[in-house]
Design a binder for this molecule. Structure first.
Ligand SMILES: [Zn+2]
Length: 323
């Protein structure tokens, strides 16, 4: 069956919250800290303007959502002493927001603002790469992946990152998504990241993302300072990257043009995740388990990312019941 990503009607929303939504599907990492978090709701589809909500327990959250059947529900990445006033900030999850509609180099035929199974799959590949870097290079383990309705959220709750400043988060993000060229004159690369020592990972990690981006380029891709001739040559020579023969690739492109390409790729990679979300310590994110009413999909905590398929695992029943 072809799943159509169209908005949910008010009636469908009611059916969803009455018959399908279960507070038990709200992840433990949120329920365990429910009293420290701010919740926000969008009741009319005009943005989350009902904010500063708090709940003492899951039962009270359940009652509220069952009664209000909101257009959208959110909760803070931050923990506060006084969440009702958004005061007394204690710590925040580290978040990576990968929206399929904003991936810089999409290989599907989606128009702007649309998503399909192809770009959603691309978003999933990106999320897996982000998770690997967080695991391997930062030694982080408390990594939760959530399908957001039109993409993915990676939500990290390890103590080492929860108290990080906006500035440090920005640096971590640049590192993780290969958005900053490695300084190869300095083998220690990013070793000044507070808490973290990453002696050799950076060039390797950068290479991995550069390869990913270059292999997704098409003849119509537009990159800063990369003209049509260079792009053509990159497409012609990139088969070397599939064998990880960077030296041959570089030699055939030429060192000056290679440098120009790498700078452009780093800038492209900056768009892989929404950095504004990552550095915002007081952001609210869609509450997993609730409905993304604009596309009629469920935001879902992912148990097994390898097998997760949004078109199987995040489609509410009412979509199947549509005539
Ligand atoms: Zn698409």
């Amino acid at each position: 069956m072809e799943i159509e990503l169209k908005p949910a009607s008010k009636y469908e929303r009611r059916i969803f919250y009455k018959e399908e939504w279960n507070v038990k599907d709200v992840p433990d990492f949120i329920i365990d800290s429910i009293t420290s978090r701010e919740f926000g709701f969008d009741h009319y589809g005009q943005g989350p303007n009902d904010r500063y909500k708090t709940f003492p327990d899951a039962l009270r959250l359940k009652r509220f959502i069952k009664v209000k059947q909101p257009f959208a529900a959110y909760c803070s990445v931050a923990f506060y002493e006084k969440p009702k006033q958004r005061k007394g900030w204690q710590q925040s999850e580290l978040v990576f927001d990968v929206d399929a509609k904003d991936i810089p180099i999409r290989t599907c035929d989606c128009k702007e603002g649309e998503v399909c199974d192809k770009c959603l799959n691309q978003a999933k590949d990106i999320v897996l790469m982000i998770k690997d870097v967080l695991n391997d290079d930062f030694g982080l383990n408390n990594i939760n992946m959530v399908y957001s309705g039109r993409g993915y959220h990676v939500r990290v709750l390890d103590e080492e990152v929860m108290d990080a400043s906006s500035d440090l988060r920005g640096q971590i993000v640049q590192y993780v998504i290969g958005a900053k060229e490695p300084d190869l004159t300095n083998n220690l690369g990013f070793n000044n990241l507070q808490h973290f020592i990453i002696p050799y990972g950076y060039p390797y990690n950068f290479t991995r993302w550069a390869k990913y981006t270059i292999l997704h380029l098409t003849k119509d891709s537009e990159l800063d300072n990369v003209n049509k001739k260079l792009l053509r040559d990159v497409l012609k020579e990139r088969h070397f990257l599939e064998e990880d023969s960077w030296g041959l690739f570089r030699a055939n492109i030429g060192p000056i043009r290679y440098k120009r390409l790498i700078s452009a790729v780093a800038r492209v990679n900056m768009g892989i995740t929404d950095t504004k979300v990552s550095i915002d310590l007081k952001r609210i994110l869609r509450l997993p388990s609730t409905l993304h009413s604009k596309v009629s999909m469920k935001s879902t905590l992912i148990k097994n990312i390898e097998t997760f398929d949004p078109f199987d695992d995040a489609v509410p029943q009412f979509v199947y019941d549509r005539k």
